[in-house]
Design a protein around this ligand. Structure first.
Ligand code: PEP
Length: 252
């Protein structure tokens, strides 16, 4: 397998204040100036803070800005939505799409998630497409079927530029619960996703597959050592500078 940099992406969710955001960004930049990362690093921040974050990140390349969602529509009468072109205006490199919280609380279907990925790609933004099973689905033995269905919708619409996408496997039962998938459980699902991507592209090994779900400073190294785990999507631990830096330091 060709070697590629891993990606560690923070997902702040609806947390932090403007002042807290500045402290987080500056703290991470200071840490990375002292101990440069060998991996790629991103921070997916609340939309209202993107302009400020873009300012704090200007003039450096160690950390890229990301959004947590993007509209499935290009523009128009969609009150409250943020378009991919608007995100691009703020130098956004990544946009999370289909996070389980969006699927659960905002009714996002596989088709909506695929359309969002398409909008991001068209604007030159890399979508971080989230897939993952609930506890009930895992216990019923449906994990592979669920993640394959979720990824298939995205491949169906975006197969022509599938190598521009990042996929994050985030078991819903592991998000914010302190329960992490074991490295073996995560690797098993990542191998399924890799095989599915290989059927869509000869360059499937170039598509970063992130693990997300209670990744922290203690468990990051063993997860990131798995052959098909190419990085992490980090919720809670991305809000603390030392924790986030420790995960970055554990990445290849
Ligand atoms: C997430 O929501 O993307 C996530 C991985 O959260 P946490 O790390 O807090 O489980």
């Amino acid at each position: 397998e060709m070697s590629k940099k891993q990606l560690i992406a923070g997902n702040w969710k609806m947390n932090a204040s403007l002042a807290g955001s500045e402290a987080l960004v500056r703290g991470v930049l200071e840490g990375l100036a002292a101990a440069p990362a060998v991996c790629d690093v991103a921070m997916c921040v609340p939309a209202p803070y993107l302009a400020a974050v873009q300012g704090w990140l200007s003039g450096q390349t160690a950390v890229q800005a990301g959004a947590q969602d993007v509209s499935q529509h290009a523009s128009g009468a969609y009150t409250g939505e943020v378009s991919a072109d608007m995100l691009r205006d703020f130098g956004v490199r990544y946009a999370i799409v289909g996070h389980s919280e969006r699927r659960q609380y905002h009714g996002e279907t596989d088709e909506v998630v695929a359309a969002k990925a398409q909008r991001a790609l068209a604007a030159g933004i890399t979508p971080i497409v989230c897939v993952g099973e609930t506890l009930a689905e895992r216990e019923a033995g449906h994990t592979e079927e669920v993640v394959r269905r979720q990824l298939a919708a995205v491949v169906h619409v975006n197969g022509h530029c599938i190598t521009e996408i990042v996929v994050a496997y985030e078991p819903v039962w592991a998000i914010g619960t302190g329960k992490t998938a074991s490295p073996e459980q995560a690797q098993q699902v990542h191998a399924v996703l890799r095989a599915q991507l290989a059927a869509a592209s000869v360059h499937a090994d170039r598509i970063p597959l992130l693990y997300g779900g209670s990744m922290n400073a203690s468990n990051a190294a063993s997860l990131l050592a798995q052959p098909d785990i190419d990085g992490g999507l980090i919720g809670g631990a991305s809000l603390k500078v030392p924790d986030f830096l420790a995960i970055v330091a554990a990445a290849r």
